[in-house]
Write a new protein. Structure first.
Length: 221
């Protein structure tokens, strides 16, 4: 049976999974996202080539930034992605290659198999290196005239005479930033270790819980 390879490009990790046509995960993995273009593309290529040998039927990418059809613009936490078109890079595989913004991918996934299953009007927010979002109206994904409908990272949350990145949703709502703050508070060396951060939170660490509560209020406020 032919399956599909899905790759989630994040500012911290590159996550990937082999799925069947019902959305069941057959196997999955992740690796750190290199923050240099050539190293990043080499890492992606290694993942794709490994699974291409397993007779995949299609390849899908979700990534931060504005996605115009299959071309990435800006790239969010990975600005070197600007101008990259994975459908061109992997056209020689002779399989469909889809590219979509990560926030829009999240609402489609939830609408297909998750908590928003079969709803005609719904929205989702993704919390990672930045803040992503996706909207479905009348059963259809809302892309917007500029392919940025539902995007939240550059929404200004604090008006000031001199505004900076600390005043926008992508910074204030960054889950990666929150994890880093927790890790510093508990004295762990790896500031990207989300598992350690949430172990501290779930164990009732007072400092970790205080940071999480403040973060949650920033997100919902």
């Amino acid at each position: 049976m032919k399956n599909y390879l899905s790759i989630d490009i994040g500012g911290t990790n590159l996550k990937y999974a082999l799925l069947d046509n019902a959305g069941n995960i057959i196997e999955k993995g992740k690796t750190k996202s290199p923050h240099e273009k050539e190293k990043f593309l080499t890492t992606v290529d290694q993942v794709v080539k490994n699974y291409a040998e397993k007779d995949i039927k299609g390849l899908a990418f979700c990534a931060p930034g504005k996605i115009e059809y299959t071309k990435i613009h800006f790239g969010g936490a990975l600005p070197f992605l600007d101008g990259i078109d994975f459908s061109e890079i992997y056209k020689d595989l002779n399989i469909p290659v889809a590219v979509i913004n990560d926030g829009k991918a999240s609402v489609l996934a939830e609408n297909w198999l998750g908590n928003l299953k079969d709803l005609q009007n719904c929205a989702a927010i993704t919390l990672g290196s930045g803040v992503g979002g996706g909207i479905i109206v009348n059963g259809r994904l809302l892309n917007g005239a500029h392919f940025q409908a539902g995007e939240l990272s550059f929404m200004v949350l604090k008006m000031a005479k001199e505004m900076g990145f600390d005043d926008i949703a992508g910074t204030m709502g960054s889950a990666v930033r929150m994890v880093s703050q927790v890790i510093k508070a508990i004295g762990n060396e790896d500031e990207t270790d989300g598992l350690a951060a949430f172990e501290a939170i779930n164990s009732g660490n007072e400092q970790a819980l205080k940071i999480l509560r403040s973060y949650c209020w920033d997100v919902v406020g």
